[in-house]
Every structure is written in C-alpha cells, then in structure tokens.
Design a protein around this ligand. Structure first.
Ligand code: PLP
Ligand SMILES: N[C@@H](CCOP(=O)(O)O)C(=O)O
Length: 452
C-alpha cells in the first residue's frame, strides 16, 4: 500500500517511508491511497486478543514489512500493559460503557500507538543502520508516552516540546524524571499550539529534517492514527450485538487524532453508527461541528490540560475526505485557516458526528457525579465526555487517561487523591528540563546540538 499527502504535492510513499517522514514534505498529512474494505473481515476477528487483532489490522497498511516481523513488533508493543484485556470494555449500565485506554506504561491512551511506533523506529534503525532523532510536541500525554516508548532505545534521541507550566505536575515528571541520556524535555514559553506550529515549520524544512534524521511522534505520523483504530475495533467486537446499532463512541478530543481513528475505521466498513467529539473549554471543534465555522481563539488553560488545543492537526485528514479527496481545495482551505484563523464551510456534512463541550466549572462536578452514579472514577479529560450523554444511545466513552495523573482535580471533585505506584515513585526523582522560547531557531539549535 502507498501513502499520499492530503495536499497532493508530495510523492506517495511506502508505509515505512511515510512513518519515517512523519509530516509530508508539502506540509500535508499522509493517508492511505485507498482504505481497505474490512466489511467482510471484521466479524471473524471477534475472538482475537488485542495484539493479534492489531496485527490483523496493521498488515493491511504495513505491506512493506514482512508478516513475521510485523507480528513480532506488534506483539512486543502490548506486553507492557498491565491489564489482561489490554483495553477493557467496562459496562457501567446497559446504555453506558467505558473503554479503558489507560493500562499502558504511562497510563494514557497514547501508549497504544506509541509503544508500536517505538518498535517501528527501532526496526527502522536496525534496517537502515542509521540513528533517528524524534521530535514531538505535547500538551502532556503524547510526550510522556513517546519518551517511554523510546527510553534508552539504541540509536535514538527524543526531543519533546511542552508548554511550560501548562501540563499536570505528574505529566511533567513522567517526561522529566526518566534520567535517560536520550531524552530531552523542552519546556517552551508558549502554548501547545505554539509548540505544534514550530514543530510543523521544522518538519517543513526538508534539508534540516534529512540532515538530522528527524521523525515525528505526534499524530501527524500516520502510524499513530492507524494504531489507534485498533481499540475501536476491539471495543466494537466486544459490544453486545443488540447495543451496536445504536452505539455512539464519545471521545475526549483535542488534536482530533483519537476520534479520527474511529471514523476512519467506519470508512473501512466497520458499521459504527456515531461519534461524539467531546471538548473542554477550548471548544473550536465543538463550534465547528455545531455551526460549520472554524474560528481559532486563544487557548485557555484548563483542568483537562491535554486537550488545551485550538489548531487540531488531524482536522486536515477529515477535511480531505470531506472535500472528496480534492487536494487543491484542501490546500486552499488550510491556507485560509492559517492566514485568517477563520473559515466558514458552505456545506459541512458530518452526519455521524455530534459534539459537546465542557467548561472547567463543570469538570469537578461531573467527576463527582460519575463517581456517585456508577461508582467509577474518571480523569478530567474523560469527565468532559460524560457531559450530555445521549439518553437514546448506547454510549461508549473512551477513558483516555488514568485519574491518578491528575490528583489535584480529583481531590477537588471527591475529596481524595487516587495514587498509582509508578507515578508516586516519580515524585522523589530530580527533574531535568531545558527551558526554551517557542522559536524555531532556538529549537533547531538545540536539536542540532544534541542529535545522535
Ligand atoms: C488524556 C487525553 N484525552 C484526550 C486527548 C485528546 O486526544 P486527541 O488529541 O487525539 O483528540 C488527549 C490528547 O491527545 C489526552 O492526552
Ligand atoms: N493531547 C496531546 C496533544 C498532541 O496530540 P497528538 O495526538 O497529535 O500527539 C498530548 O497529550 O500531547
């Protein structure tokens, strides 16, 4: 299978080359040239364990990696998860399910794709006999998951940009207390959007990217999104038959990679009826899906910090399909959005998507309510998804992080702090971070000086 850019001006690439390249050289995002049709294939997958299912799914895309190698890389990726089901689907009542995505090494959904991506990078280093420098931007969880996927891996260095003071204290510790020589946590003076914009500019500089063998761990990297499709399929296969026709996946949303993965699976023939985009007070996607207007506002730091994003990267992939694969129109819309910060769609059809938004004032109350009603504790991001669950539908809420990562907010909500031994251990370790301005020059200088 080949992978094409949403902006249509880059050479189509193989899976491994698209993974290594990250952002397409024309500034677009890679997508499969043609999505596979899984409509007849998914029902027989019902009995597969998580890693087997992931292999069955990924082999449609990673066609340039030998079957057995892929099976090994995938198998290894899910060994560090501490739940036998990997992604357990928990029924809170007959109409409300939670898909727990926080049983990986860093206790957030990012581990699902990142553990696999780390193995793909290791494989790439071995195959090509070259080192890799990974550059990512995070609002909290991507960075931690990427660092833990590459920690101490030979031939790799990892540079993670994060907004200084705007991630949770434990998220920061996950990134800065590893003590590993190949990890560089870069605390930038700005928002996640500033970090992501700088990152895209750096990846757009092909000479710099090639010279430093840079690779991307954000969901601009297609492997991230594809690996995330798998847990939707896993949950779908475990959902009782009678619940499926009326099911809605409710997805805490920031950079739009998580919900996009589910929607792509639907386009591949898995008949998931509906998705809800659940935002925090940074509600650009809520406004888009309810009014058809995309209007960038200033980021407001919130109690669900990993969703403090306005410019959602993966929206471009959705747009590509919305515009019937017309890359010239994607380029025009993206240029207008970048220049004016606003775009009004004449026709914005999205019948499978609805949206909700949750203010900071509401988050502690929702955490307390979910606890009272179901005896279940959710983190502040997952709490956003519990706002306005449809009484007519069977909701499958994606629990994207462990509440233990956000003890301060949980204490405010229920008067007690959840603890996780892995996180508690971090509290005693020294923090290593490098403060930088959110400028392309400062970041590139740092990367060049420390690249392997
Ligand atoms: C805990 C948590 N929930 C939800 C999200 C939003 O996911 P996405 O950015 O893929 O929309 C993030 C950040 O990615 C996150 O870390
Ligand atoms: N919420 C994310 C932001 C980056 O998203 P990504 O899916 O593009 O990596 C985070 O936790 O960093």
């Amino acid at each position: 299978m080949r992978f094409i850019s949403t902006r249509g001006l880059a050479q189509p690439l193989s899976f491994s080359d698209a993974v290594a390249t990250g952002l397409a050289p024309d500034g677009g995002l890679f997508l499969p040239e043609k999505l596979p049709d899984l409509s007849a294939q998914w029902p027989p997958m019902a009995g597969l364990g998580y890693a087997q299912l992931c292999h069955e799914f990924m082999r449609h895309f990673a066609t340039d990696i030998p079957e057995e190698t892929l099976r090994r890389l995938v198998g290894k990726a899910y060994q560090g998860f501490d739940h036998a089901e990997t992604a357990p689907l928990v029924a809170l009542d007959a109409r409300t399910y939670v898909l727990e995505l926080f049983h990986g090494p860093t206790l957030a959904f990012k581990d699902f794709a990142m553990q696999l991506l780390g193995n793909l990078y290791e494989h790439q280093c071995a195959q090509r006999g070259e080192s890799i420098n990974v550059l990512g931007a995070t609002s909290g969880d991507t960075g931690a998951a990427a660092i833990h996927a590459l920690l101490g891996k030979p031939g790799t260095a990892i540079f993670i940009l994060y907004p200084d003071g705007r991630v949770s204290p434990l998220q920061e510790r996950q990134m800065t207390c590893t003590g590993a020589d190949n990890v560089f946590a870069l605390a930038i003076d700005g928002s996640f959007d500033d970090a992501q914009a700088a990152l895209k500019t750096i990846f757009g500089d092909t000479a710099f990217r090639l010279k430093n063998r840079l690779s991307a761990v954000n969901s601009i990297n297609l492997a991230r999104v594809l690996a995330q499709c798998v847990y939707y399929l896993y949950a779908w296969l475990r959902l009782p038959q009678e619940a499926r026709a009326n099911a809605e996946f409710v997805v805490p949303t920031g950079n739009f990679g998580n919900v996009l993965a589910g929607w792509l699976l639907q386009r591949m023939g898995v008949p998931i009826p509906a998705f809800k985009v659940a935002t925090n007070q940074n509600d650009i996607l809520y406004r888009l899906f309810t009014t058809g207007e995309y209007r960038v506002a200033d980021v407001q730091p919130s109690l669900a910090p990993s969703m403090d994003i306005q410019v959602a990267s993966n929206f471009e992939r959705f747009l590509y399909y919305q515009l019937g694969g017309d890359a010239a129109r994607v380029r025009a819309v993206m240029a207008t959005c970048a220049k004016d910060g606003v775009y009004r769609f004449d026709k914005f059809e999205h019948s499978t998507f609805s949206a909700s938004r949750c203010s900071d004032a509401e988050i502690p109350g929702i955490i307390a309510h979910v606890r009272r009603r179901y005896g279940y504790l959710v983190d502040p991001h997952t709490a956003c998804a519990f706002k306005d669950l449809s009484p007519e539908k069977v909701s499958v809420v994606l629990a994207t992080a462990s509440p233990a990562k956000f003890p301060e907010t949980i204490r405010e909500a229920i008067g007690a702090e959840p603890k996780h031994p892995r996180l508690e251990a971090l509290r005693k370790r020294p923090i290593h971070k490098h403060k930088l301005p959110a400028s392309v020059e400062a970041i590139t200088r740092f990367v060049e000086a420390h690249a392997v």
